[in-house]
Each structure stands twice: as structure tokens, then as C-alpha cells.
Design a protein around this ligand. Structure first.
Ligand code: SF4
Ligand code: SF4
Length: 713
């Protein structure tokens, strides 16, 4: 990992009497250490990458506590790690991005939930749902229901989050069931403070090891015939035990209000948003006091029938604020009330939308509609609705005044090594025509946006080659599958490559070898040049593919666009059958820049020579047709007014943020565009040789009557 979290790690060392300040996701990390975990693991993914990154940097604390840290190769291996809690009193936690990570982990989770656990087992889910999400929009709730795992959804303030983590382990142990803690994007990044406690060693840990395995017990296996009794245990013993624990320890909260004929049942994670909406309506204050009573579900599964009944009894109506679809909670509340013959109306979906994030405006409108529908005594619901309309009325007017805004799709970083590959694909397609592109998850999926617009399907992380399996035999041209090195190790090696070789497939696979899981923050992967312990584990992609039997294999430096175009054409046209793999090699530029900038700063401090490459466009030569921009898409390659008054088209220009990757020049060369591009070297702490060379060049240029330029510094 190129980024350092040394500062955040200091917060993890806080103890009794001290106050922790920081982000929600870091509070979870601290809460894990306060809970006495013996092992932690996970697979990176927004919005929970930070959790694992910080733990990787907190090596000294982890070894003091004897905590084992595993940076897992995918979510399935992380979920399987929790198997340590099936037989032993080991508390452990793993983390990943949901829903996608939970999908990958599903098999292990089912096999964990069936026998249940002795030690507390927790899965921290980065619930990537709503505005800003980067994956398919589904809820993790379904997994909790189908596998009988408890789902915690704490109020997004740090003390609640920390308490829910600590109590979550106790709940897991009291009910012998793994628990999931879901954190939405905003909760992960919410900042605040809480009273820290000392970190705790696990009952068993790397410092106090177990003497040996337990007595053989078939009931701890998820294997028939005990799976039948395990199913019964889930419903008859573990579920009631969990409900008792939730009630006795008041994991859910009640906000008392004076408008008692109505109430709101809200998922814990949405509590702050609901309170803020009520505050804007004049029905709550900034400290969390509300005039409308609220039942805050910090545990959204299982629901506790007694709590639901007690809250709803005597009310004419309740509103269930449940983000996403299906409306599991709303249905469950209806069932519990009918069973208890309580005739409170249950409102929810309909007043609130079925899909999408419950952001501020959505809640304002939904709550106003609820009050108008139920008309609680003591308030003027129509006046409140009018206030709400006034609060949001300016938005459509502002939008109309602005007109349509230009789309701002995410894009590759400046100088990204993956961009040239897509330039090369475009150039190849100019000659050979379009072909099916199986895209994948990772930075390279930015190529699905303009100016490349390359990609016909995305089926999951590392799935591109597998998703081309049925396209290949049904298409005249070979499809191209694109996969990152992160995706290769996560899933693509087995799901894609092994399956393709096994079935004697005939596609083309490009593996982007940039050295890291880049999109999630530059974590190390098995083929990185280094590892968290220092030296690399030595697992090369090329070497692995050769051992597996890939015969047609080329490694091409990504910035070399002409070679990449040639190699792609060869892969598309060769008569040789079988999988053709191009390893597109080029280090993630973001990671490289982080490293190089720090190294350069050190050199400058020591007064050593430092060079920086920049590219530029000679605006006297540029014709202004912008082919270079359409083929590169680099944000540092843009336009400016032409200096020639006889030409109205803007010319291309390279701005200060250029990192000198050379792609624009390469593309101009490979596409036989124009000779406008030049390369310059900016030298700091120039040596006498540099100065001499510079003077000589100035003189020669002067002889030809050109502008001699500025002196080297
Ligand atoms: S993080 Fe690295 S791989 Fe991803 S877009 Fe940026 S430079 Fe490219
Ligand atoms: S050299 Fe060209 S493509 Fe590379 S960063 Fe600079 S402007 Fe962008």
C-alpha cells in the first residue's frame, strides 16, 4: 500500500479517559480492538477500505495484542476466516464492500451461519448504496434473512457505532450467530468523537494460544445430517436468544415525543437524516429531541415483536423509513401488528420512494406527506407541508435557470497506464472494425465512458473473461476481455482463465498489470513489487499463466501504443486457437506519483538533481482537429484559443498537471496524427553539464533564428 495511515494509527492507541476524534470507519477499527478480537481480515472496497488499510499500518498495536491480520485474496476467503469462531472462543471480524462482496462470500457465510459460532463473529459491510455508490443497487438485508445472521445498522454517530460493535460481539456469542454491521457511505465518513477505552487482548490470541483442537463434534460441521438440526436451532434457539439480548441490552432506542398518536420506525443508519428533516420542519432540534416519537432500529434484523408492539400500541399510524427494496421491515411490522391485533396503520413505501437513497429532499417530502395523511393532533400538517414545499421550491427553478449541466463521468487519472490500452483498442478497431468488449470492475471500467465508450458488459469483479465464454463461439470476431491484476487474483484466474483453458476457449484477454488494487486505494496484491511485510511474495501473472498452459502470451508496456496496436491486431487475427493473453504492463500512476514526489522532495532537500518530464503542443503547428484528445482523454490535454487570428478553432494544449507519461505523443505517432507534440525536461538543481548543454542548444537555435527559451535553473 502506497498511502500511509500512521497518523490515524495513533488514535487506535488511545485508552481509558482519552477522547477519540475521527471518521466513523476508524471508530469501528478502534471498537474492534476494544472488543478483544483475536483476528481480523477482509477484502478492500469502498467505503470500508480504510478499515483494513489502517490495521495494516497498525502492525505494532496488533502484535502487542496478539491479533492476527489477514489481507484476504477475496471476500470468500475473508468469510471463510470466520470459521475460526465456530469451534473456539475467538472473536474475529472481517470486512468488505457489499452487496458485491457479500455475493462473493455467500457460500462461506451459509456454511458459517448453519453451525453457528462460539466466539463472536462480525462482518463489517460497507453498504455501497445510494448517491455515490459504485455497484449494483441491492440490499444486504436479504443475506441476513436467508442465512439467519443478525444485521446491525447503527445510528451514524460515533458513540452509537462503537457501542453497536462492542454489543454486536456479545450478541453474536449470546445467540451463537454471526452478525453483520452495515455502514453506509456517509456513516463511514461521518466524523465525531467518543470516549475511548483501553484495547483488550482476546481470550485466545497469538499471545495465548490454544493447546489443541476440541473434542470431535459432528454438530460443528455444516454437513448432513446435522444441517437439519442446525436449521431448527437457528429458528428455535438462536433467534429467541438474539431477541432477548437485543431487548435486555436496549440495542434499539426509543425517542420520546409528544405527538403520540403517530410514530416513526427508522433504520438506525437513517436516524440522523430523519431527525434533520424533522428539524427543518420545526419538529425536532439539533440535539436529537423529536416531537414525533421514534423507534430507532440499530438492529434491523431480527426485529423484536415486543418492541414493535409496545411502540405501535395506541398510535393511529406509524411511518416505516426503510431505504431500498423490497420493504422487508414494513412487511414484518405489518405481520407483527396483525398477529397482535393492533390496528395501527403502517405507512412507508408509497409516501417514500421504493428505490434510491433517502436523501434530505426525499425525507422532507415523505415526512410531510405522512403528516398530511395522518394529521396528528397538536400540529398544522398543511402548514408544515407548505414550509417543506418552500424549502425545496428553489431547486427546480435553479435547475431550469442553469439548464442541463455537462455530464462529469469519472475518468482515469492523469497519466494512467491503462488509458493507452484503450487508445490502442480504438486504433485497432479503426482497422479491424468493432468487436465485443467484456469489461470488468476496476479503474479500467472508466473506459466505458467518453471518449473511449468501450465495453459491452460488466458481470462482476474478475468475471470479464468468463462473461465472454458464450459470446466467443457466436461472434465472427474474437471478443476482448479486460481484467485488472486485482480482478485476476480476486476471481479471474479461476473463474475466467482456468475455465477458458479447460473449455479450449479462443478469446483475447488483456490483463492490466498496474501493480496494485488501484481503485480501492492502492493495496498490494499477490503480484505487487512489494508486500505489507516488505519483500514481494513473488507470484507473477505471466509465470502463473504459463504454468496453467497459456501458450500465446505477450507482455507489452502500456505506454507503447504502436506495439500495443500491433499486438492486439495479431491477437485478433492469428490462426492459432486458444486463449491469447496480453499483459498490459505499467505501474498505477497515482501510486507512482505518490512515491516519486516523496523521493524527489528528499532529493531536492539534499540539493540533488531532479528532473520532471512534461509534454507540450506547439500551437503554431496544431491544426485544432483534436484527434489527439479523442484518442487519449487525458485531463491534462485540453484546448485553448488559437494564437493565430486567422484560425478560429481552439488548439490543443497541455496544462501544468501533465505527469509526462508520453501517451499524447505516442498516440499522435501511432495514429499518424500531427507533429505538434514536444517533450521537455524540467531540471531542478541543474549540474554544470546541464547548463553547458543548455547554453550550446540556445546558441544553435539562435543561429537558426529560433527562440532560445528560458535558462535552466
Ligand atoms: S488509480 Fe492508478 S490505475 Fe486507477 S485510474 Fe488512477 S492511475 Fe489509473
Ligand atoms: S504526457 Fe500527455 S497524456 Fe501524459 S499526462 Fe501529459 S498530457 Fe496527459
Amino acid at each position: 500500500m502506497e498511502r500511509s495511515f500512521k497518523k490515524e494509527v495513533q488514535e487506535l492507541k488511545l485508552g481509558d479517559g482519552e477522547t477519540f476524534h475521527g471518521e466513523g470507519i476508524l471508530a469501528v477499527t478502534k471498537a474492534l480492538l476494544q472488543s478483544g478480537v483475536s483476528y481480523v481480515g477482509g477484502y478492500q472496497g469502498a467505503p470500508v477500505s480504510h478499515l483494513l488499510d489502517v490495521l495494516v499500518d497498525a502492525e505494532d498495536i496488533m502484535s502487542e495484542l496478539g491479533v492476527h491480520l489477514e489481507t484476504c485474496s477475496n471476500e470468500a476467503s475473508a468469510a471463510a476466516m470466520l470459521g475460526a469462531s465456530i469451534n473456539y472462543p475467538l472473536r474475529g471480524a472481517v470486512t468488505w464492500k457489499s452487496i458485491v462482496g457479500t455475493n462473493v462470500a455467500a457460500d462461506a457465510l451459509s456454511n458459517l451461519a448453519s453451525p453457528g459460532v462460539i466466539g463472536g463473529a462480525m462482518i463489517i459491510l460497507g453498504e455501497d448504496y445510494g448517491e455515490g455508490a459504485s455497484v449494483i443497487q441491492e440490499r444486504s438485508y436479504a443475506y441476513a434473512l436467508k442465512s439467519s445472521m443478525w444485521l446491525l445498522d447503527p445510528r451514524p454517530d460515533l458513540p452509537s457505532i462503537v457501542r453497536t460493535v462492542e454489543k454486536g460481539f456479545e450478541l453474536s456469542e449470546a445467540s451463537h450467530t454471526p452478525v453483520m454491521l452495515e455502514l453506509r457511505i456517509r456513516a463511514c465518513h461521518a466524523t465525531g468523537a467518543f470516549a475511548a477505552k483501553n484495547n483488550r487482548k482476546g481470550v485466545v490470541s497469538g499471545l495465548d494460544k490454544l493447546p489443541g483442537p476440541p473434542r470431535f463434534e459432528y454438530g460443528r460441521l455444516s454437513h448432513p445430517p446435522v444441517t437439519f438440526s442446525q436449521e431448527r436451532l437457528k429458528v428455535e434457539e438462536r433467534l429467541p436468544a438474539a431477541r432477548n439480548f437485543i431487548r435486555e441490552h436496549s440495542l434499539n432506542e426509543t425517542v420520546v415525543g409528544d405527538l403520540n398518536d403517530v410514530g416513526i420506525i427508522v433504520m438506525g443508519g437513517l436516524t440522523n437524516s430523519v431527525l434533520r428533516a424533522l428539524e427543518r420542519m420545526g419538529l425536532a432540534d439539533v440535539f436529537g429531541t423529536s416531537r414525533v416519537p421514534m423507534l430507532v432500529l440499530n438492529v434491523v434484523y431480527p426485529l423484536v415483536p415486543e418492541e414493535l408492539r409496545a411502540f405501535c400500541a395506541g398510535k393511529s399510524a406509524v411511518l416505516v423509513v426503510e431505504e431500498g427494496y423490497p420493504d422487508y421491515i414494513e412487511q414484518a411490522v405489518n405481520v407483527e401488528l396483525r398477529r397482535a391485533d393492533i390496528n395501527t396503520r403502517v405507512l412507508g413505501k408509497g409516501l417514500l420512494p421504493n428505490a434510491g437513497e433517502y436523501a434530505s429532499d426525499v425525507l422532507l417530502e415523505g415526512l410531510a406527506a405522512f403528516l398530511q395523511e395522518t394529521r396528528p393532533k397538536g400540529i398544522d400538517a398543511d402548514a408544515i407541508a407548505k414550509t417543506v414545499r418552500g424549502q425545496i421550491a428553489h431547486k427546480p427553478i435553479a435547475a431550469a435557470a442553469l439548464g442541463p449541466l455537462p455530464p462529469r463521468p469519472p475518468a482515469f487519472c492523469t497519466g494512467c497506464p491503462e488509458r493507452p490500452v484503450f487508445s490502442a483498442i480504438k486504433l485497432m478497431q479503426r482497422e479491424l472494425g468493432p468487436t465485443h468488449i467484456s469489461a470488468d470492475i476496476g479503474c479500467h471500467s472508466f473506459a466505458t465512458f467518453a471518449p473511449f465508450s468501450l465495453g459491452n458488459s460488466i458481470l462482476g469483479y474478475g468475471m470479464s473473461l468468463a462473461s465472454a465464454a458464450a459470446v466467443t463461439p457466436n461472434m465472427e470476431k474474437r471478443p476482448i476481455a479486460i481484467m485488472g491484476d486485482g480482478g485476476f487474483w480476486h476471481n479471474g484466474l479461476i473463474t475466467g482463465v482456468a475455465s477458458n483453458l479447460f473449455n479450449k476457449g479462443d478469446g483475447v484477454l488483456i490483463v492490466m498489470q498496474n501493480g496494485y488494487a488501484s481503485a480501492t486505494g492502492q493495496q498490494y496484491i499477490p503480484s505487487s513489487a512489494a508486500s505489507k511485510e516488505g519483500p514481494a511474495p513473488g507470484m507473477g501473472i505471466e509465470q502463473t499463466l504459463r504454468v496453467m498452459g497459456v501458450k500465446w502470451l505477450r507482455t507489452v508496456r502500456t505506454y507503447n501504443v504502436s506495439t500495443m496496436v500491433k499486438t492486439l491486431k495479431e491477437a485478433m487475427k492469428t490462426a492459432e486457437r486458444g486463449l491469447k493473453v496480453i499483459i498490459a504492463d505499467g505501474e498505477c500512476q497515482l501510486a507512482r506519483q505518490r512515491r516519486v514526489r516523496a523521493e524527489d522532495a528528499e532529493k531536492l532537500k539534499r540539493g540533488e538533481r531532479v528532473t520532471r518530464t512534461r509534454y507540450g503542443v506547439d500551437d503554431e503547428i496544431c491544426t485544432g482537429d483534436h484527434s489527439c484528445i479523442r484518442l487519449s482523454g487525458c485531463p491534462s490535454l485540453t484546448v485553448k484559443p488559437s494564437p493565430d487570428p486567422l484560425r478560429t478553432d481552439p488548439v490543443a494544449t497541455v496544462i501544468e498537471s501533465c505527469v509526462g507519461c508520453g501517451l499524447c505523443g505516442e498516440v499522435a505517432h501511432a495514429a499518424v496524427l500531427c507533429p505538434s507534440f514536444y517533450r521537455a525536461e524540467i531540471i531542478r538543481n541543474a549540474t554544470w553539464r546541464d547548463r553547458l548543454k543548455h547554453r550550446l542548444r540556445q546558441r544553435v537555435i539562435g543561429w537558426f533564428g529560433g527562440y532560445a527559451g528560458e535558462a535552466a535553473t
